[in-house]
Design a protein around this ligand. Structure first.
Ligand SMILES: Cc1cc2nc3c(=O)[nH]c(=O)nc-3n(C[C@H](O)[C@H](O)[C@H](O)COP(=O)(O)OP(=O)(O)OC[C@H]3O[C@@H](n4cnc5c(N)ncnc54)[C@H](O)[C@@H]3O)c2cc1C
Length: 292
């Protein structure tokens, strides 16, 4: 494997100045679960890895008025085991539980999963349905915020400058009476990437009419996407079997799956139809039970 040095700054200022010293030849690393794989395969060859693990600014889950801040350095295991996440953002918990193995989840971070920008990143669809904003910080310690939908640029690409870091994500707390879920279709039962991932957050009126719905899809387009046409179709309707079947058909017009290691495009299209329905049903069940 390519030789590299490893630095562990303890402040944001130090992290930025280490990066500035060698902007082209150094790379930030959080949990390292994506970076080390790329290093081993010689896809990347940085001379210097700058660890983000000791930076307190990137850690923590805290409420801020109607939103919740989740630090980019929060591990997937922390998301999986947080009672707060399970209660407020169950779709994110669904994603965390099904991402890789416990060993990987102990080191892998939310920030790394999103910034790696795989079209099938498991946490992406949940963050999309909770209308996540990405909080970005630069070398002058100035912050800017961008909607997650605008953060993804293409497969494995995000809109992030060399002198910037992702500090965390700001999520909208789902309204009372809503329900949410993330379903992942895998070829194997565990330790597999998503063949298809579907996240749904919906709110129902007393009579069962859907007053709000957000659908996030993974692995069926160059980046994770919102299924806006399907959402528009479902809004204002009673979520019954026939409506969900039609919604699944509409969703197939919004996706652009490709044949890859995970599966064939035609198969992903068929799975989308079934999983839109199942994810909506699961979200509806949770809304009735009082879980968001
Ligand atoms: C065996 C195995 C199984 C896996 N299974 C899954 C799976 O089922 N589902 C899934 O979605 N993923 C899976 N992954 C991928 C990986 O574990 C996740 O993407 C993980 O969340 C990445 O987080 P990390 O902290 O390890 O990222 P790292 O590898 O540390 O970093 C990833 C990228 O993000 C950048 N980065 C990290 N943090 C910041 C920051 N704060 N600011 C700016 N840049 C930053 C790094 O420079 C790098 O480019 C798997 C990986 C392995 C090795």
């Amino acid at each position: 494997m390519h030789k590299f040095s490893y630095q562990r700054p303890t402040s944001m200022t130090e992290a930025f100045s280490l990066k500035k010293a060698a902007p082209e030849n150094s790379l930030y690393v959080a949990g390292g679960s994506d970076v080390l794989l790329l290093l081993k395969k010689s896809v990347i060859a940085p001379n210097n890895l700058i660890s983000l693990r000791a930076l307190d600014e990137l850690k923590g889950i805290r409420e801020t008025e109607n939103r919740v801040f989740i630090g980019s350095g929060t591990t997937i295991r922390e998301l999986e085991t947080s009672a707060f996440i399970a209660e407020k953002f169950p779709a994110l918990r669904d994603a965390a539980v099904n991402l890789a193995s416990t060993q990987i989840r102990n080191v892998a971070t939310l920030g790394g999963n999103i910034i790696n920008a795989s079209p099938g990143a498991d946490t992406a669809a949940p963050l999309l349905i909770y209308e996540a904003q990405v909080i970005i910080i630069n070398a002058q310690l100035a912050e800017r915020t961008v909607a997650l939908t605008d953060f993804f640029k293409g497969p494995k690409q995000v809109h992030l400058e060399k002198d910037e870091l992702v500090k965390g994500f700001s999520l909208e707390v789902p309204p009372a009476g809503s329900g949410s879920a993330y379903l992942k279709f895998m070829k194997r039962k565990a330790m597999d990437l998503a063949n298809v991932g579907v996240g749904v957050m919906l709110t129902l009126a007393q009579d069962g009419t859907c007053t709000d719905i957000r659908i996030g899809l993974a692995t069926v387009a160059p980046t994770p996407i919102r299924a806006l046409k399907t959402e528009a179709f479902l809004k204002g309707k009673i979520i019954d079997e026939a409506t969900l079947t039609e919604a699944g058909e509409i969703a197939t017009t919004e996706i652009a799956p490709i044949d890859d290691l995970r599966g064939k495009a035609w198969h992903k299209t068929e799975v989308i139809k079934a999983y839109i329905k199942r994810a909506c049903q699961q979200a509806r069940l949770r809304s009735v039970k009082g879980e968001v």
